[in-house]
Design a protein around this ligand. Structure first.
Ligand code: GLN
Length: 226
Protein backbone atom coordinates (compact mmCIF):
# COMPACT_ATOMS: atom_id res chain seq x y z
CA UNK A 1 0.00 0.00 0.00
CA UNK A 2 2.80 2.37 0.94
CA UNK A 3 4.33 1.75 -2.45
CA UNK A 4 1.11 2.63 -4.23
CA UNK A 5 0.60 5.70 -2.05
CA UNK A 6 3.99 7.03 -2.99
CA UNK A 7 3.06 6.88 -6.66
CA UNK A 8 2.52 9.78 -9.01
CA UNK A 9 -1.23 9.46 -9.09
CA UNK A 10 -1.40 10.03 -5.34
CA UNK A 11 0.59 13.20 -5.73
CA UNK A 12 -1.78 14.33 -8.46
CA UNK A 13 -4.82 13.56 -6.31
CA UNK A 14 -3.45 15.44 -3.34
CA UNK A 15 -2.57 18.42 -5.52
CA UNK A 16 -6.11 18.49 -6.88
CA UNK A 17 -7.58 18.22 -3.39
CA UNK A 18 -5.38 21.06 -2.23
CA UNK A 19 -6.70 23.22 -5.05
CA UNK A 20 -10.29 22.41 -4.16
CA UNK A 21 -9.83 23.05 -0.47
CA UNK A 22 -7.48 25.99 -0.88
CA UNK A 23 -8.06 28.36 2.01
CA UNK A 24 -9.99 31.42 0.94
CA UNK A 25 -9.99 34.45 3.17
CA UNK A 26 -12.36 37.14 2.05
CA UNK A 27 -12.64 40.61 3.51
CA UNK A 28 -15.50 43.03 3.92
CA UNK A 29 -14.53 46.68 4.19
CA UNK A 30 -16.09 47.53 7.54
CA UNK A 31 -16.14 51.32 7.53
CA UNK A 32 -19.90 51.79 7.45
CA UNK A 33 -23.02 50.32 5.85
CA UNK A 34 -24.31 46.76 5.93
CA UNK A 35 -20.96 45.01 6.24
CA UNK A 36 -22.32 42.35 8.64
CA UNK A 37 -24.94 41.25 6.11
CA UNK A 38 -22.22 40.91 3.46
CA UNK A 39 -20.13 38.85 5.87
CA UNK A 40 -23.10 36.55 6.55
CA UNK A 41 -23.55 35.91 2.82
CA UNK A 42 -19.84 35.13 2.44
CA UNK A 43 -19.50 32.86 5.46
CA UNK A 44 -20.81 29.67 3.81
CA UNK A 45 -18.59 30.30 0.75
CA UNK A 46 -15.25 31.23 2.30
CA UNK A 47 -13.02 29.63 4.90
CA UNK A 48 -12.67 32.90 6.73
CA UNK A 49 -14.35 36.28 6.51
CA UNK A 50 -12.42 39.24 7.89
CA UNK A 51 -13.82 42.69 8.67
CA UNK A 52 -11.23 45.02 7.17
CA UNK A 53 -10.51 48.27 9.00
CA UNK A 54 -6.71 48.38 8.95
CA UNK A 55 -3.90 47.79 6.43
CA UNK A 56 -2.86 44.67 8.41
CA UNK A 57 -6.33 43.16 8.02
CA UNK A 58 -6.27 43.98 4.31
CA UNK A 59 -3.07 41.94 3.96
CA UNK A 60 -4.88 38.85 5.24
CA UNK A 61 -7.54 38.79 2.52
CA UNK A 62 -7.47 37.64 -1.08
CA UNK A 63 -10.75 39.27 -2.14
CA UNK A 64 -12.85 42.11 -0.81
CA UNK A 65 -16.42 43.39 -0.70
CA UNK A 66 -16.92 47.15 -0.49
CA UNK A 67 -20.44 47.64 0.90
CA UNK A 68 -22.86 50.46 0.18
CA UNK A 69 -23.35 53.40 2.48
CA UNK A 70 -22.22 56.91 1.68
CA UNK A 71 -19.35 57.12 -0.78
CA UNK A 72 -18.03 60.45 0.52
CA UNK A 73 -17.94 59.06 4.09
CA UNK A 74 -16.20 55.88 2.89
CA UNK A 75 -13.56 58.02 1.19
CA UNK A 76 -12.94 60.03 4.38
CA UNK A 77 -12.63 56.89 6.47
CA UNK A 78 -10.27 55.30 3.97
CA UNK A 79 -7.95 58.27 4.39
CA UNK A 80 -8.29 58.29 8.16
CA UNK A 81 -7.56 54.57 8.51
CA UNK A 82 -4.57 54.77 6.13
CA UNK A 83 -6.24 52.13 3.99
CA UNK A 84 -6.61 54.28 0.90
CA UNK A 85 -3.23 53.63 -0.73
CA UNK A 86 -2.76 49.96 0.17
CA UNK A 87 -6.32 49.20 -0.91
CA UNK A 88 -5.97 51.07 -4.20
CA UNK A 89 -2.74 49.15 -4.89
CA UNK A 90 -4.31 45.75 -4.13
CA UNK A 91 -7.32 46.47 -6.37
CA UNK A 92 -5.06 47.74 -9.14
CA UNK A 93 -2.97 44.56 -8.84
CA UNK A 94 -6.08 42.46 -9.48
CA UNK A 95 -7.50 41.52 -6.08
CA UNK A 96 -11.06 40.31 -6.83
CA UNK A 97 -13.34 43.06 -5.53
CA UNK A 98 -17.11 43.48 -5.39
CA UNK A 99 -18.42 47.01 -4.87
CA UNK A 100 -22.10 47.45 -4.11
CA UNK A 101 -23.89 50.79 -4.42
CA UNK A 102 -21.55 53.33 -2.74
CA UNK A 103 -18.89 50.60 -3.13
CA UNK A 104 -19.41 50.82 -6.90
CA UNK A 105 -19.08 54.62 -6.72
CA UNK A 106 -15.68 54.39 -4.99
CA UNK A 107 -14.43 51.93 -7.64
CA UNK A 108 -15.73 53.96 -10.61
CA UNK A 109 -13.42 56.19 -12.61
CA UNK A 110 -15.51 59.26 -13.19
CA UNK A 111 -18.32 60.36 -10.98
CA UNK A 112 -20.05 62.95 -13.21
CA UNK A 113 -20.80 65.26 -10.28
CA UNK A 114 -17.32 66.67 -10.77
CA UNK A 115 -15.85 65.13 -7.61
CA UNK A 116 -12.52 63.36 -8.12
CA UNK A 117 -12.89 59.58 -8.34
CA UNK A 118 -11.92 57.64 -5.22
CA UNK A 119 -10.13 54.69 -6.81
CA UNK A 120 -10.96 55.28 -10.46
CA UNK A 121 -10.17 51.68 -11.40
CA UNK A 122 -13.49 50.51 -12.84
CA UNK A 123 -14.14 52.13 -16.20
CA UNK A 124 -17.73 53.24 -15.69
CA UNK A 125 -19.28 56.64 -15.08
CA UNK A 126 -21.95 56.71 -12.44
CA UNK A 127 -24.36 59.36 -11.32
CA UNK A 128 -24.82 59.40 -7.57
CA UNK A 129 -28.47 59.22 -6.47
CA UNK A 130 -29.15 58.88 -10.20
CA UNK A 131 -32.73 57.62 -10.02
CA UNK A 132 -33.87 60.93 -8.53
CA UNK A 133 -36.32 61.68 -5.71
CA UNK A 134 -39.23 59.68 -7.18
CA UNK A 135 -37.20 56.52 -7.14
CA UNK A 136 -35.20 57.35 -4.04
CA UNK A 137 -35.56 53.76 -2.90
CA UNK A 138 -37.23 50.96 -4.81
CA UNK A 139 -37.19 47.24 -5.33
CA UNK A 140 -37.19 45.65 -8.75
CA UNK A 141 -36.45 42.45 -10.56
CA UNK A 142 -32.94 42.26 -11.99
CA UNK A 143 -32.14 40.01 -14.94
CA UNK A 144 -28.73 38.33 -14.95
CA UNK A 145 -26.62 37.58 -17.98
CA UNK A 146 -25.07 34.18 -18.77
CA UNK A 147 -21.95 34.21 -16.58
CA UNK A 148 -23.73 35.43 -13.50
CA UNK A 149 -26.55 32.94 -14.07
CA UNK A 150 -24.04 30.16 -13.53
CA UNK A 151 -23.74 31.40 -9.97
CA UNK A 152 -27.43 31.04 -9.13
CA UNK A 153 -28.56 27.91 -7.39
CA UNK A 154 -32.15 27.99 -8.60
CA UNK A 155 -33.61 27.85 -12.09
CA UNK A 156 -34.49 31.56 -12.28
CA UNK A 157 -32.42 34.14 -14.09
CA UNK A 158 -33.81 37.04 -12.14
CA UNK A 159 -32.88 38.24 -8.67
CA UNK A 160 -34.51 40.71 -6.34
CA UNK A 161 -32.78 44.09 -6.38
CA UNK A 162 -33.02 46.53 -3.46
CA UNK A 163 -32.05 50.03 -4.59
CA UNK A 164 -31.42 52.72 -1.97
CA UNK A 165 -30.43 56.16 -3.25
CA UNK A 166 -28.72 54.11 -5.89
CA UNK A 167 -26.18 55.38 -8.38
CA UNK A 168 -26.99 55.07 -12.06
CA UNK A 169 -24.50 53.62 -14.52
CA UNK A 170 -24.25 56.17 -17.32
CA UNK A 171 -21.35 54.92 -19.39
CA UNK A 172 -19.38 51.68 -19.57
CA UNK A 173 -15.86 51.58 -21.00
CA UNK A 174 -14.77 49.05 -23.62
CA UNK A 175 -13.43 46.52 -21.15
CA UNK A 176 -16.61 46.54 -19.09
CA UNK A 177 -19.25 43.87 -19.42
CA UNK A 178 -22.83 44.49 -18.28
CA UNK A 179 -23.82 41.45 -16.21
CA UNK A 180 -27.27 42.49 -14.98
CA UNK A 181 -30.07 44.81 -16.07
CA UNK A 182 -33.27 46.10 -14.56
CA UNK A 183 -36.08 43.79 -15.65
CA UNK A 184 -39.10 45.91 -14.76
CA UNK A 185 -40.27 49.48 -14.37
CA UNK A 186 -39.74 52.50 -16.60
CA UNK A 187 -35.95 52.06 -16.54
CA UNK A 188 -36.16 48.43 -17.58
CA UNK A 189 -33.13 47.32 -19.58
CA UNK A 190 -30.60 49.63 -18.04
CA UNK A 191 -27.41 48.20 -16.56
CA UNK A 192 -27.28 47.64 -12.81
CA UNK A 193 -24.25 45.36 -12.48
CA UNK A 194 -20.96 45.27 -14.37
CA UNK A 195 -17.74 43.32 -14.47
CA UNK A 196 -14.27 44.35 -15.61
CA UNK A 197 -11.85 41.48 -15.07
CA UNK A 198 -11.47 40.99 -11.33
CA UNK A 199 -13.82 43.88 -10.49
CA UNK A 200 -17.57 43.50 -10.07
CA UNK A 201 -19.88 46.37 -9.23
CA UNK A 202 -23.62 46.73 -8.77
CA UNK A 203 -25.95 49.60 -8.00
CA UNK A 204 -28.23 47.61 -5.69
CA UNK A 205 -27.85 45.98 -2.26
CA UNK A 206 -27.67 42.18 -2.68
CA UNK A 207 -26.90 41.76 1.02
CA UNK A 208 -30.22 43.32 2.10
CA UNK A 209 -32.18 40.85 -0.04
CA UNK A 210 -29.96 37.95 1.11
CA UNK A 211 -29.06 37.49 -2.55
CA UNK A 212 -25.71 35.68 -2.87
CA UNK A 213 -25.29 35.59 -6.65
CA UNK A 214 -22.63 38.31 -6.95
CA UNK A 215 -20.75 37.02 -3.90
CA UNK A 216 -20.62 33.63 -5.62
CA UNK A 217 -19.31 35.32 -8.73
CA UNK A 218 -16.60 36.97 -6.60
CA UNK A 219 -15.66 33.57 -5.14
CA UNK A 220 -15.49 32.03 -8.60
CA UNK A 221 -13.13 34.82 -9.69
CA UNK A 222 -10.99 33.97 -6.63
CA UNK A 223 -11.00 30.29 -7.64
CA UNK A 224 -10.40 30.74 -11.37
CA UNK A 225 -8.53 34.00 -11.54
CA UNK A 226 -9.96 37.02 -13.34
N1 GLN B 1 -26.20 57.65 -2.41
C1 GLN B 1 -25.07 57.04 -1.82
C2 GLN B 1 -23.77 57.71 -2.28
O1 GLN B 1 -23.80 58.63 -3.01
C3 GLN B 1 -25.03 55.56 -2.15
C4 GLN B 1 -26.22 54.89 -1.52
C5 GLN B 1 -25.99 53.48 -1.10
O2 GLN B 1 -24.87 52.99 -1.01
N2 GLN B 1 -27.07 52.86 -0.78
O3 GLN B 1 -22.72 57.33 -1.88
Amino acid sequence: VAKILRGDSVRRVSEATEQLTRASTVGVLAMQGAFREHAQLLEPMADRVVEVRTPAQLEEVEALVIPGGESTAIRKQLDRSELYEPLRDRIAQGMPTLGTCAGLIVLANSPPDGAPPTFGLLDVSVERNGFGPQLFSFEAKVELDGTSREQTSGPGHAVHGVFIRAPRIERCGDGVEVIARLAEGSNSGEPVAVRQGSLVGCTFHPELAGEPVLHRLLMSIVAKGA
